[in-house]
Design a binder for this molecule. Sequence first.
Ligand code: ATP
Length: 453
Amino acid sequence: MMKATKVTMEDIVSLAKRRGFVFQSSEIYGGISGFYDYGPLGVELVNNLKSLWWQASVKDHDNIFGVDGSIIQNPLLWQASGHVAGFTDPMVEDTVNHKRYRADQLAQTDSTDLHEIKELLKDRKSPDGNPLSEPRYFNMMMQTWVGPVEDASSMVYLRPETAGSIFTNFLNVRDTMRPKIPFGIAQIGKAFRNEISPRDFIFRVRELEQMELQYFINKSDQENAYSQWRNFAWNFLKETVGISESNLSWHEHKAEERAHYAVAAHDIYFNFPQGPKELWGTHNRSDFDLTSHSKSSGKDLSYFDESSGERYTPYVIESSVGVGRLVLAVLSDAYSTDTLGGDERNVLRLKPSLSPYKAAVSPLLKNRPELVAFASKLYTELKCGIGMVLWDDNGNIGKRYRRQDEIGTPFCVTIDFQSLDDGSVTIRNRDTTIQTRVAADKVLETLSLELKK
Ligand code: ATP
């Protein structure tokens, strides 16, 4: 019997740790705020999400090309992009214990205007009851130094977003791939943001991974392209990732929320355990990026359209989603509990394409060599045929099923005494819990078909 459950952050954090999806970074040393490691199951889920996004963004299009830029770039890039001057969040400090807070969040406002925030925080104390400092802007880019001398000339930034090296490779991609406008450049990679208060598990972290696409267009095509990439994001979440539509909504940025150069910005919000929040942004960035990199680098980044004879600086539609936020959304959306034979079970209703393991193979008893030999032959065949398959001979069969349900394994294959008599095995379906007997030599074909659904 299905029972609707409101998943809590505690449920997700506990599942993630217990089953090996996400661990605190350097946990044995007490961790470090805003950094997480993906465990054996998490890394599979992450890789599956990334390869589905890469397929949908790059491989399914003739005019979209991938790059993989370095994390440290020439710092001039971040001056031209506006990050050195403006990649800031408003901050206030507890004047006694010097703890720092996001000032807009403390003031419970969407505005980042320091005067407005100051007014709202006028009579407020810090969460520890101490006086607050004046709000000020805090730059979130992380710095380090390259080479043996630590001075201003060797200071560099860890990239705060992947988009930068897409713009700096605009000419290289054009020269090597010879695409005509419209065309896009996509990238998956790490970015770093010195968030004032990292929180909500992997929702807001200091080291994140982004999947970003910049689509270069003629200004006259902006409406079309903008709606194409908004639809792309929605359909990817709904159809490819399988997130329930009821957990998704659009949030349109008002003019005062947008960067000065942005013509339009729409975020998809996901109903996270802590509330509806941004998961994926689609922005019309006008010709700001290429114009500004042209000016700063002295390289001509305009485009000449041979068919119309027009020369122009392309507009950019940006599509950007954080991998970790997507993992949190997927886990929250898929997590459910139901009752089976009077017992409660946790089930991760992942689409099979996302599941870390596609099937588990279990000999009913691990101390019966004839069952183990039968099962291990099938295990090897399935591993070659469908990839990630888990061998599970631990505990009673009910416990094994619960364990696989909780990590989202769509099928369990069990080898029992009947298998030795008639060569059949059972395939149990995670979602329906129905068990079907299938000839062992038909299991690979059956599962391959099921996994394609
Ligand atoms: P937010 O308003 O939540 O700080 P943002 O508008 O600054 O996000 P973008 O710069 O547009 O975000 O980044 C694109 C995507 O990268 C976001 O939609 C989100 O999925 C992800 N992202 C951004 N910042 C973080 C972070 N600190 N931790 C995890 N993911 C992040």
